[in-house]
Design a protein around this ligand. Sequence first.
Ligand code: FAD
Length: 305
Amino acid sequence: MEQLMRDFFLFLSKNKTLTKLAKKYGLRFGASRFVAGETIEQAVKVIKQLNKKGLAVTVDYLGEFVDNEKEANEMANHCIEAIQAIGREKLNSQLSLKMTSMGLDISDDLVMKNMRRILETAKEHGVFVTIDMEDYSRCQKTLDIFKQLKTEYDNVGTVLQAYLYRTAADIEDLKDYHPNLRLVKGAYKESPEVAFPDKKDVDENFKKIIKMHLLNGNYTAVATHDDAIIEYTKQLVKEYNIPNSQFEFQMLYGIRPERQEQLVREGYTMRVYVPYGTDWYGYFMRRLAERPANVAFVLKGIFRK
Ligand code: FAD
């Protein structure tokens, strides 16, 4: 049953008509629990509140799978606007983005042009940029572009997903670039040909890649809401005397906020991923797919309105 619901929400996340309707009718139906607003001004307000609690942020202008140049350029402009706001308001925030929203599916020239524009502005304002990892079909291309950009800019990192068989090899392959990597379980529906179908294996691989990347001496963002993985990381860094300055925890806005603050109190860097923008529908559906229990929360939200 749970698997059926997951598949259902992942299917909905890709539905173009529903995406259009969602854009038209705004932030309703409980999405506001996971999305900071539709404008940069609304996002800045949320970031300030989180920073006040000692939480660092990575902010994301929502959008993905863009298929025309004009829209890709506009998406990049939104990222630049967010970076300028971070600089102007002196926020403790990085930026996250998706390469498909910068033109990855259109042309290499376009995506490189947009990424360089963003990274130049980010460099001026001292802002770090993380390239989110999308579905498997974009993984190799994303890593190729990341490697190229990393030779030009220090302020760029990316994400590796524990559910892919290839990820341990990618950690090794990237090691000499000394990348700041966010490690996650993985949020897309992938075939058993490329990804561990069994959750237990994903968790084991997650632990394995966290250990590999930390022991390679590289900065590691452990992005999870899973206490078992958080505890594993705490024990590992203790055992190998890895300083708190070499790693951080990350969670999504609206998920386990008390746990986030508790980790800050324990002295860890805790970064919250804060999405905003009008294109919130696909992101919201993936959150529902991850945890069908969230559906109950959302339904309560709908019936309260
Ligand atoms: P799960 O297996 O989903 O959950 C494990 C346990 O965590 C649960 O059993 C429960 O105990 C606890 N838990 C989870 N949710 C809740 C909740 N709402 N309330 C209470 N307890 C809860 N994926 C990508 O593919 N690409 C990316 O670039 C990417 N970036 C991300 C950035 C951040 C900061 C984060 C946090 C996630 C990102 N993800 C990304 C999503 C990620 O891949 C997972 O889909 C998502 O984090 C869910 O996996 P999990 O590790 O939290 O564990």
